[in-house]
Design a protein around this ligand. Sequence first.
Ligand SMILES: Cc1cc2nc3c(=O)[nH]c(=O)nc-3n(C[C@H](O)[C@H](O)[C@H](O)COP(=O)(O)OP(=O)(O)OC[C@H]3O[C@@H](n4cnc5c(N)ncnc54)[C@H](O)[C@@H]3O)c2cc1C
Length: 386
Amino acid sequence: MIRFTAEQEEFRRGVARFVDAEVVPVAAALDERAEFPRELFKRLGALGYFGLRYPEAYGGADADMVTYCLFAEELARGSMSLAAAACMQSLMGTHFVHAFGSEALRQRYLVPALRGDLVATFALTEPNAGSDLANIATRAERRGDRWVLRGTKTWVTSAPVADVLTVAAKTSGERGLKNIALFLLDRATMRGITPGRKIGKMSVRASETGEILLEDVEVPEEHLLGGEAGGVEKIGGILAEIRVMTAAISTGLARAAYAAALAYARERVAFGKPIVEHQAIAFKLADMLTALHAAALVTYQAAARLDAGHPVAREAAMAKLLASETAVRVTDEAARIFASYGLADEYPVQRYFRDARFLLPGGGTSEILKVVIGRELDWDRGQVFG
Ligand SMILES: Cc1cc2nc3c(=O)[nH]c(=O)nc-3n(C[C@H](O)[C@H](O)[C@H](O)COP(=O)(O)OP(=O)(O)OC[C@H]3O[C@@H](n4cnc5c(N)ncnc54)[C@H](O)[C@@H]3O)c2cc1C
């Protein structure tokens, strides 16, 4: 049984109150405007949520992964767009400068980013390199005491508004994964970093996504994070957290869709009774609730294993796979229960349905997750019950 501590329960209630008061009422308008939610983003920073996984010395809270997931789940229940921007900021956007940056870089970038004063992101994907990172074409060349970066990144969360970017680039021309390095780029002080096309999309519309064009960007040596190789291993060091976080936001979205569908099924009358009393609808809700339970359990089990220091690559992949596919299914079924009203702008169900699609590629597609799970196919009772 997964049991939250009293502090974790109290924390969750605090996030839920904030989400109900300040996020739920504006979520539809944010989605409609499709603009980065700057005010709420700053508010999350001011409330200390971006610093959950970081030491107190940098303004963080030193919280465990279970607590972080409670935050991510509750926030996604209110707005997946806001959760997408916030989770990028508080995990990938700031992780690498904390883990591999100098003290000066941490003070200059990490501390203000955790307060919400700088927008941070992570740029790995390229037009010809998504799952297949060996195809990365962005090059970093050493010139004297600097590096010069050139290339195109795409599908970068918060690209149009980002102040600091951790960028993956190759430090030599060979194909493969060995020569990938991570650089911290600062839009304010480095020339040649241009937001390219903003990508119009059906999902997480208020989490702006776009290209980043790098044209001979001169980067001081200090901004090379952790040496000129080993970038893939560094990314691997946070991949389980990214996947467990994605499972948590999937669970939050599925919860929102389930709650909306249940309320509607109790209130909508057809053939003389509320539709929840038609067995076909009750069975849908039963399937949705069962899947939601399973998604929540694997998510928090993976988070707890991570906190306990156990190997978690397979469990994180399973959690992300199950929870994201559950969110897609539950939001689909919720829209069916609403029938025509599931398409209507005035109900949030159409937004939940659209937002669920974002969960499939982020943190690894379902196919890639099965590749990861397929590496350890033996049944291991300890990993389930231990
Ligand atoms: C809203 C949003 C925000 C994003 N934010 C960021 C960000 O901030 N930074 C960033 O770097 N990226 C970001 N991404 C990009 C995302 O991480 C990639 O899209 C993802 O890695 C998949 O890459 P791809 O789209 O190029 O698909 P591809 O890798 O081209 O895959 C295409 C299809 O082939 C399948 N496939 C590929 N390889 C295999 C294989 N070996 N075996 C079986 N099937 C395979 C895939 O599962 C998929 O179905 C974001 C994406 C979205 C949608």
